[in-house]
Design a protein around this ligand. Structure first.
Ligand code: MN
Length: 241
């Protein structure tokens, strides 16, 4: 199995190294990741300047850094290395739950892989405290052991709690959006703004946020089709063109 590793935290992230180290037990691994952090870049691609693939020293891995976004890395890696079966993105330092699927560069790299005909799996863990990757490693191995043979799953979003106790299949918790604008002032008295997230209290059972709060590794299968099929059927019935 040919496994491409990407992320949005940058090629020298300890999360990426942990993922690549575990993935090595499942197949041939190559790393293509951004040269600097690209968190919250979503599914942006670079079209107005050329991109480069440069060798990067990440242990003894076949690792390449790209001066672009996570989705760029997926595209370049898949283009440069034929026959890739799956792209693993992460392990992100920071959970990617619910609506953060729209902003996440980690998930975007995995999604870009599925657009290009590969499977994609995004993996994230909390970063409020320094993640304990030694604790997570057997859980990452367990998740890869479950997901890699499941070839029908094209795109999966995985979130690890800091100290997992089990696994759960989940849906995205999309009812509430946790994005927030916080105004502030710079030292010269000029206004500025922080885009940040606020903690969500209410969690619905069966969602990714719920699972992680229970100490469970959340596994959410995703699809590329954004069509609202109910709204489409209703629109066709109510407003015949
Ligand atoms: Mn990140």
């Amino acid at each position: 199995m040919r496994i491409l590793i990407a992320n949005d935290d940058g090629i020298y992230s300890p999360g990426l190294r942990t993922l690549a180290t575990v993935a090595r037990d499942f197949g041939e691994v190559r790393i293509v990741a951004p040269d600097v952090e690209q968190s919250s870049m979503g599914h942006a691609i670079t079209h107005s300047r050329p991109l480069t693939l440069r060798h990067a020293p990440v242990a003894d891995f076949d690792a390449w850094r790209v001066n672009g976004t996570p989705a760029d890395c997926a595209a370049l890696g898949i283009n440069a290395w034929r026959g890739i079966d799956v792209l693993l993105s992460g392990i992100n330092l920071g959970l990617n739950l619910g609506n953060s699927a729209w902003h996440s560069g980690t998930l975007a790299a995995a999604r870009q892989a599925t657009l290009l005909g590969c499977r994609g799996i995004a993996l994230s863990t909390p970063a409020e405290e320094e993640p304990d990757f030694a604790t997570l490693r057997p859980w990452v191995a367990r998740v890869l052991g479950l997901l890699l043979p499941a070839g029908e799953l094209q795109l999966v979003n995985v979130n690890f709690p800091a100290a997992p106790t089990g696994l759960a299949w989940t849906r995205l918790s999309i009812r509430h959006y946790d994005g927030k604008v916080i105004p502030g002032e710079d030292p010269m008295g000029r206004k500025h703004y922080w885009l940040t997230v606020q903690p969500l209290e209410a969690v619905e059972e069966g969602t990714d946020r719920w699972a992680v709060r229970q100490g469970l590794v959340s596994l959410t299968p995703l699809q590329l089709d954004l069509t609202d099929h109910d709204a489409l059927a209703a629109a066709r019935a109510r407003h015949p063109p």
